[in-house]
Design a protein around this ligand. Structure first.
Ligand SMILES: *[C@@H]1O[C@H](CO)[C@@H](O)[C@H](O)[C@H]1NC(C)=O
Ligand SMILES: *[C@@H]1O[C@H](CO)[C@@H](O)[C@H](O)[C@H]1NC(C)=O
Ligand SMILES: *[C@@H]1O[C@H](CO)[C@@H](O)[C@H](O)[C@H]1NC(C)=O
Ligand SMILES: *[C@@H]1O[C@H](CO)[C@@H](O)[C@H](O)[C@H]1NC(C)=O
Ligand SMILES: *[C@@H]1O[C@H](CO)[C@@H](O)[C@H](O)[C@H]1NC(C)=O
Ligand SMILES: *[C@@H]1O[C@H](CO)[C@@H](O)[C@H](O)[C@H]1NC(C)=O
Ligand SMILES: *[C@@H]1O[C@H](CO)[C@@H](O)[C@H](O)[C@H]1NC(C)=O
Ligand SMILES: *[C@@H]1O[C@H](CO)[C@@H](O)[C@H](O)[C@H]1NC(C)=O
Ligand SMILES: *[C@@H]1O[C@H](CO)[C@@H](O)[C@H](O)[C@H]1NC(C)=O
Ligand SMILES: *[C@@H]1O[C@H](CO)[C@@H](O)[C@H](O)[C@H]1NC(C)=O
Ligand SMILES: *[C@@H]1O[C@H](CO)[C@@H](O)[C@H](O)[C@H]1NC(C)=O
Ligand SMILES: *[C@@H]1O[C@H](CO)[C@@H](O)[C@H](O)[C@H]1NC(C)=O
Length: 783
């Protein structure tokens, strides 16, 4: 969603390439929504044109997005709220760990439970739809300003995290809205430039993505999500192949509603529509957000009525839009739903009486004696646990960590302190970076800082702190006495919606902070760097410090989560969901930036995804670039061995999945893509001194397939399985089983427009990171 203000730009009616004709598939409720679809259809049959139009059009109201109620039919309307990790426009909601932290846990159960707990808070506040989770950006560019809202640059890991989150959230009767569809891989020029009349003078960046890359990278998580019953999808601000996503028939009609059999509805990102109602609904759009903002000015709204009446918009298309919106409402039983907490109206600057549209509809509002509901329950314990589970121990010389009852501690850095953070842009100088900014942020009710948590954990220690990053130099260091058992340096790297990062180094003079501390070994003989960061950081000083923890974006229990790791109350098991390079220049696929090349060309901003499948570890592997810390890496306070690789694979199977016996597949696409074709087992053993959890990972090296004529470069290995084990005692072992589905061993064949299992031998690698794969074997399905 756009932040901070909404700009609805002018309209360009065109039927350019990619906008499609009225071939938008009608929803049928297939795949489990049949009963709800019947209810939605019978309600649709009872609506007049205006009522139908305003089920597809946002209006002014208490929430960040609002669909008005129709009291005569008992429809309570829909309250749409940000965002992926917290109910942002509210009071007394928890701020959960970000998607990036969820990915770094590599724990499917925690991912699901996070979805459950976020969902329960949304429901208790009366929010029908959560604008999340995020799988776009996937994280193509390391500097991407919103990557932390999503999960991992690896599509398989993101696919699991995205779908686990959706299942958890929807188990609480809350509709998930997967976003941003698709290719929303940078914030820079994500929206067009407009003049003072709102006319577009330069189009938004175009993500130019070839068909195979689309399927194997960016669409992959959305396919998993649709299969998991995702209710809604938000189309993105950017263009794809020169056409804005929200008017792109190849994206909405072909990929989502035909190939993936998506039965839910597609809404715009806030203000992302730059064309008229006909060409967008024709391309498959179902809902305009945020809508007319209380006036009769919407491209949808009464215009939809007029267009149906004059025959230019087929009534069946409007009906299909309405049925798609109403089906998840019935499926998730939202007829029976808590009222909207009026705190959100206060925070959004709405007065719940007067701004309700004049046409007589209303919302499912609570009342003033029931405002500011505290919906947090016991979620803080879970947030603390997950924040720790998503912290990655990168370096631990001399087994310095866990801390052994330190008597003298020096705490350094502006990331160690703070109580609240700003409500929408929490990049305040002296506040721990527990959450990023923009629509994906959360408002802190009770943020726990690292310094507070350390004081509580070590009540008798001598604790000194220097937390003004600009006040740390040799003379201030000399004011510290006595020398510390350990110096804890807290660094942060913030980002948020609307802009990308300019560097992968932590902010606020971080390099000087570290070099001042590490050059004073008399005071700080042992140093631990902890970074709270929305992006991969480079660590030029890595060799000069004793230990390093990437603490990611942990949410409101930031301080408690990190002391649980530092003091060993929790044995770290987090693994990097991205690669940490030696130099930033080692990464490929930078943000496309034409800011300084402006020649007035309307179509200047082009981002060609020519790297195809080669992102992050796939690229580093293929180019033999040594990472500092590789994808999948993370230390523990114990060690694990992995042994006994067992592979069982089906043989002589068909190249393509079984032919569908219907014109449209059920949600997620051809069900045979999800048939298991192989299992791989390994034995994991704790060989170290303390209990801990391991994260065995399975990677596949696909056979190259010159016969197909496809010259796409194939990565040496791609992630296709992972498990976070239960806690294993010293000496204890466990068998971990991975299941490979047809899709996991197929590549997208652009000629047949289908997933194809290649002929030849796959390499199977199992280990504890993308570079630590002690076990390998082969398997083949077709020879
Ligand atoms: C959708 O269903 C209507 C009948 O309700 C039919 O007229 C229309 O052609 C269908 N659209 C498509 C694309 O099949
Ligand atoms: C974008 O263009 C590429 C290159 O022509 C093509 O392979 C791909 O299918 C197109 N994708 C969409 C969604 O139009
Ligand atoms: C908006 O348009 C509707 C339908 O044309 C009309 O009934 C209503 O009075 C208009 N409202 C305003 C505020 O102009
Ligand atoms: C219909 O849409 C146009 C833009 O296409 C807008 O200018 C106009 O105000 C809309 N009409 C109504 C009644 O909302
Ligand atoms: C306000 O809402 C609460 C909780 O739903 C309800 O118990 C109470 O009766 C309501 N009060 C009024 C005045 O409507
Ligand atoms: C937290 O609250 C939930 C729901 O009220 C409950 O089921 C669960 O047992 C509680 N967990 C703890 C650790 O208290
Ligand atoms: C200490 O930090 C200051 C800037 O704050 C920097 O100018 C100076 O070089 C640093 N000193 C060392 C020894 O790193
Ligand atoms: C690391 O320490 C060495 C030796 O003290 C120093 O020369 C170097 O500048 C330090 N590197 C960084 C990045 O601080
Ligand atoms: C794990 O194994 C490595 C390599 O043998 C060793 O250096 C390290 O101390 C071990 N860690 C623990 C906690 O035993
Ligand atoms: C893996 O382990 C499971 C459960 O013990 C077993 O059913 C399966 O046959 C094993 N697969 C292989 C390839 O050994
Ligand atoms: C492979 O499968 C095909 C089709 O199912 C079958 O006709 C053929 O006999 C099989 N070949 C072998 C070697 O099993
Ligand atoms: C598989 O493992 C063996 C033994 O460690 C090693 O020699 C070989 O190079 C590995 N094969 C591949 C493809 O990595």
């Amino acid at each position: 969603m756009h932040w901070p203000s909404l700009i609805i730009t002018a309209l360009t009616a065109s039927f350019a390439n990619g906008q499609g004709d009225f071939s938008t598939p009608n929803a049928t409720g297939a795949g489990g929504w049949e009963d709800a679809f019947k209810k939605a259809s019978s309600m649709t049959a009872n609506l007049d044109f205006d009522e139908k139009a305003f089920i597809a059009t946002g209006v002014n109201g208490p929430c960040v997005g609002n669909i008005p109620a129709i009291p005569r039919l008992g429809f309570k309307g829909l309250c749409l709220q940000d965002g992926p990790l917290s109910l942002r426009q509210s009071s007394y909601a928890s701020v959960f760990p970000a998607g990036l932290t969820a990915a770094a846990t590599w724990d499917k159960d925690l991912m699901y439970e996070r979805g459950v707990r976020i969902g329960a808070e949304f429901k208790a506040k009366g929010a029908n739809i959560i604008l999340g989770p995020v799988a776009g950006p996937l994280g193509r560019s390391a500097r991407g300003g919103r990557n932390w809202e999503g999960f991992s640059v690896d599509p398989y890991l993101t696919g699991v995290a995205f779908s686990q989150t959706i299942k958890g959230t929807q188990s609480q009767n809350v509709q998930a809205c997967g976003k941003h569809f698709i290719g929303n891989e940078q914030e820079t020029q994500r929206n067009p430039t407009t003049d003072s009349n709102g006319q577009i003078t330069q189009d938004a960046v175009s993500s130019n993505i070839d068909d195979r890359t689309m399927h194997e990278m960016y669409l992959w998580p959305f396919a998993e999500a649709v299969r998991s019953g995702l209710s809604a999808i938000m189309c993105s601000y950017n263009r794809v192949n020169q056409t804005y996503s929200c008017q792109n028939g190849n994206l909405m009609n072909s990929l989502l509603k035909t190939e993936l059999g998506f039965q839910g509805y597609i809404m715009t990102d806030w203000g992302a529509l730059h064309t008229d109602a006909i060409s967008s609904t024709r391309a498959g759009l179902d809902m305009l957000m945020p809508g007319p903002l209380g006036q009769n000015t919407s491209v949808f709204g009464y215009n939809l009525t007029a267009l149906v009446q004059d025959g230019s918009l087929p009534e069946w298309r409007l009906d299909d839009m309405v049925k798609r919106v109403l089906t998840p409402y019935f499926y998730l039983n939202q007829l029976d739903y808590p009222t909207v907490d009026l705190d959100t109206a206060q925070i959004n600057g709405q007065t719940w009486g007067e701004d309700i549209p004049k046409y007589g509809y209303s919302f499912n509002l609570g009342n003033l004696s029931d405002i500011n509901r505290d919906v947090r329950g016991n979620n803080s314990a879970f947030i603390r646990e997950m924040g720790a589970a998503g912290a990655v121990l990168l370096k631990n010389d001399d087994n310095l960590l866990p801390l052994k009852d330190p008597k003298r501690i020096i705490v350094i850095g502006n990331d160690a302190v703070g109580t609240t953070g700003g409500p929408y842009w929490p990049d305040e100088i002296n506040v721990v970076m527990a959450v990023g900014g923009g629509s994906g942020t959360g408002r802190m009710t009770n943020l726990v800082s690292p310094l507070e948590a350390i004081k509580q954990r070590s009540p008798n220690a001598f604790i000194q702190a220097l937390t003004d990053n600009n006040g740390i130099y040799q003379s201030t260091m000399n004011t510290l006495y006595p020398a510390a058992d350990v110096c804890l340096i807290f660094l942060k790297a913030f980002s948020g919606e609307g802009s990308d990062r300019q560097s992968l180094l932590p902010d606020y003079n971080a390099d000087s902070v570290v070099s001042n501390i590490t050059s004073n070994s008399a005071i700080c003989p042992k140093t631990v760097v902890i970074s709270h960061s929305t992006v991969p950081n480079v660590h030029p000083w890595a060799d000069n410090v004793t230990a390093i923890i990437a603490a990611h974006v942990p949410g409101e229990q930031a301080g408690n989560s990190i002391i649980d790791i530092l003091y060993g109350d929790i044995n770290p098991s987090g693994k990097l969901p991205y690669t940490i390079a030696f130099d930033e220049s080692d990464y490929n696929a930078p943000i496309a930036d034409f800011t300084n090349d402006n020649n007035g060309d309307m179509n200047l901003w082009q981002s060609d995804f020519t790297e195809g499948l080669m992102l992050d570890y796939r690229y580093f592997d293929s180019q033999n670039i040594q990472p500092r810390y590789e994808f999948g890496y993370g230390l523990s306070y114990t060690n694990f061995s992995i042994s006994n690789l067992q592979i069982a694979a089906a043989s002589n199977i068909s190249t393509y999945p079984a032919t569908l016996n219907s014109s449209l597949p059920p949600p997620g696409g051809n069900p045979d893509l999800y048939t298991a074709l192989a299992t791989v087992n390994v034995t994991v053993k704790n060989t170290g001194p303390v209990a801990g959890r391991a994260v065995p990972q399975l990677y596949l090296g696909f056979p190259s397939n010159p016969d197909s004529g496809d010259t796409t470069s194939i990565p040496p290995k791609v992630l296709r399985g992972f498990e976070r084990t239960a806690s294993l005692k010293p000496g204890e072992s466990i068998v971990v089983q991975f299941e490979l589905r047809r899709k996991d061993v197929s590549s997208w064949d652009v000629v047949s427009q289908n997933w194809a299992v290649p002929v030849g031998s796959f390499n199977v690698f199992v280990g504890q990171s993308s570079r630590d794969v002690p076990l390998n074997g082969t398997m083949s399905f077709k020879s």
